[in-house]
Design a protein around this ligand. Structure first.
Ligand SMILES: *Cc1c(COP(=O)(O)O)cnc(C)c1O
Length: 387
């Protein structure tokens, strides 16, 4: 299909290099990594080589990497298993109001069923939390702080380093959902004193249902998925070796310089969009802010007076895919909890915004086509209104 794809925060196309690696491994490296014969040993070697590549990408040790079925499993594991292992030390957890549902839903479960208390840090109109709010929320009985590295709907980045510094001398474990940030920002779990970190391969041109949870040595809890002894008894189930090898390839493809190059390219796309919308006198505002240090692949725009659904449909007719919010809520057009946290319930932004998210295959020409369709649609709708 010849679609122009601008929904890379929802998922990305598998890159050619990942595809080649996975095709080969699916066919040829099918042994169970826990077995002792040559075919199994080959899988085991590929598994451990992949683990080493991935560990290096966040300055962790290979034995601190546990492969998972994706970001959701990493987030659920970090939250549910920390709660189980540490409830005797306290039942208070801190998070933000703009986390992904993979964080919010397990927390809600703990609140409703297990007597936990959760503090949701508010955000300002740029989607940023305040460190002072975090410091004020921290209590002696806080056992877990889970704060995303960067937001999937508006691209704001959280002060992970500062929070890590504060938690260095506190009992609370520090988890971050780095699913969106992993392919774009420089992550160093030692520098930032991160205890747990979850990622997902399909957000950086890797396969779906594949991810890892970084768990610092010394952070101990029972396995979320119970069964066999894979992953040093930390995650049962036969490893998806071709998927893991594909993930490692995706990680190799985003070197530090490549991340910087993508951030710069996407920042340029944002400016291109904003400038051309202004030139065409489109009445719009950015949800959040355009700032080079944010996740530049996400641009959330309020097109004043034009419903998300109408704009999305018009773009779809022109063969362009964008999101009406986060992928998980877009299907049902539920109001975005992120925009609600930023602008308050009832803000017109919640029903008149689209999220454009860039990936490695997007080009300037595609961005121009996108703008052309937005401009045409807005003018047509405004003319209709004036009649
Ligand atoms: C996509 C996403 C997830 C979920 O990851 P899956 O691999 O799809 O389970 C979690 N958190 C954030 C911030 C995401 O963008």
């Amino acid at each position: 299909m010849n679609e122009i794809y601008f929904d890379n925060a929802a998922t990305t196309r598998v890159s050619d290099s990942v595809y080649e690696v996975m095709l080969d491994k699916f066919k040829n490296v099918y042994g169970n990594a826990s077995t002792l014969y040559a075919l199994g040993r080959e899988s085991h070697t590929l598994l451990e080589d992949s683990r080493t590549i991935i560990a290096k990408s966040i300055n962790a040790d290979p034995d601190e990497i546990v492969f998972t079925s994706g970001g959701t499993e990493g987030d659920n594991t970090a939250i549910m298993q920390t709660a189980i292992a540490r409830k005797k030390l306290g039942k208070h957890i801190i998070t933000t109001a703009i986390e992904h549902q993979a964080i919010l839903q397990p927390l809600k479960y703990l609140e409703e069923n297990e007597g936990f208390e959760v503090t949701y840090l508010p955000v300002d109109e740029n989607g940023n939390i305040k460190l002072a709010d975090f410091k004020a929320a921290l209590r002696p009985d806080t056992i877990l702080v889970t704060i995303m590295s960067g937001n999937n709907e508006v691209g704001s980045v959280m002060p992970i380093h500062e929070i890590g510094e504060i938690l260095k001398d506190h009992q609370a474990w520090f988890h971050t959902d780095a699913v969106q940030a992993y392919g774009l920002l420089d992550i160093d779990v030692k520098r930032d004193h991160i205890d747990m970190l979850s990622t997902s391969a399909h957000k950086l041109n890797g396969p779906k249902m594949m991810g890892f949870l970084y768990k610092r040595t010394g952070v101990n809890f029972p396995s979320f998925i119970k069964g066999g002894e894979q992953e040093e008894k930390r995650r049962a189930g036969t490893e998806n070796v071709p998927g893991i090898a594909g993930f490692a390839q995706a990680v190799k493809d985003v070197s530090a310089t490549e991340k910087q190059a993508r951030q710069t390219k996407y920042y340029g796309f944002k400016q291109q969009i904003v400038n051309r919308l202004k030139e065409n006198n489109i009445d719009f505002a950015i949800n959040g802010e355009i700032c080079p240090d944010n996740l530049n692949h996400v641009l959330n725009i309020w097109l004043k007076g034009i419903s998300t659904y109408v704009m999305q449909t018009n773009l779809d007719l022109a063969g362009i895919a964008v999101s009406g919010g986060s992928a998980c809520t877009a299907g049902s057009i539920e109001p975005s909890h992120v925009l609600t946290a930023m602008y308050g319930e009832g803000s017109p932004r919640i029903s008149e915004s689209i999220r454009i998210s860039f990936g490695r295959y997007n080009t300037e020409a595609e961005v121009n086509q996108l703008i052309d369709v937005i401009v045409k649609t807005v003018s047509r709708l405004k003319q209709k209104e004036e009649k």
